[in-house]
Design a protein. Structure first.
Length: 173
């Protein structure tokens, strides 16, 4: 027995390893990279940022023309018939995404649609007085730096191009 001395252990080395304190575990979790947002979360964030920007623009433009809206909201999912709609009670809804690609529409298109719907707060048609007010609102938005169409976009109002001559009384260019 003299040379065959065995150590008697109740626990092995792995079992003796100390469990890290909760602070150490939290530090390890904090060091991990943040999880990437899901497609839905990214889409909601994009929509929220676009709506926040449109609301700030509306808050500046509407009072300049004596216009009051009840609310401005994103259009319902899947709406493809129009870019925006204005209800008689002052509710404005704006479609934020392209009907086919589902990508966020260009900022200039969104601002153009907002100006169009703001003009409907006073004129619920596409007559001459509506077109003049819409043009003035769009010019004001351009002057304040809100409406910046790209070099390939035509300088005229985009929304009016969506209506037929019969509906709007404007000749096509």
């Amino acid at each position: 027995m003299s040379g065959d001395r065995r150590e008697l252990r109740l626990f092995g080395p792995e079992e003796m390893r100390a469990i890290p304190a909760w602070q150490a575990r939290m530090k390890a979790l904090a060091a991990r990279p943040a999880p990437r947002p899901t497609a839905r979360e990214a889409r909601q964030r994009e929509n929220g940022e676009a709506m926040d920007k449109l609301l700030r623009i509306a808050e500046e433009l509407a009072p300049s023309f004596g216009l009051a809206y009840a609310a401005i909201e994103p259009e319902r999912e899947g709406e493809t018939r129009h870019y925006g709609i204005c209800y008689a009670d002052g509710l404005i809804r704006i479609r934020l995404r392209h009907a086919v690609s589902d990508r966020l529409l260009k900022e200039s298109s969104l601002v153009d649609t907002l100006c169009h719907e703001l003009a409907h707060l006073r004129h619920m048609n596409h007559g001459e007085r509506f077109r003049k007010l819409y043009g003035r609102i769009l010019d004001e938005a351009r002057g304040r730096g809100f409406y910046r169409p790209g070099p390939n976009e035509r300088p005229r109002a985009v929304q009016l191009a969506l209506f037929s001559e019969r509906d709007c009384g404007m000749p096509r260019r």
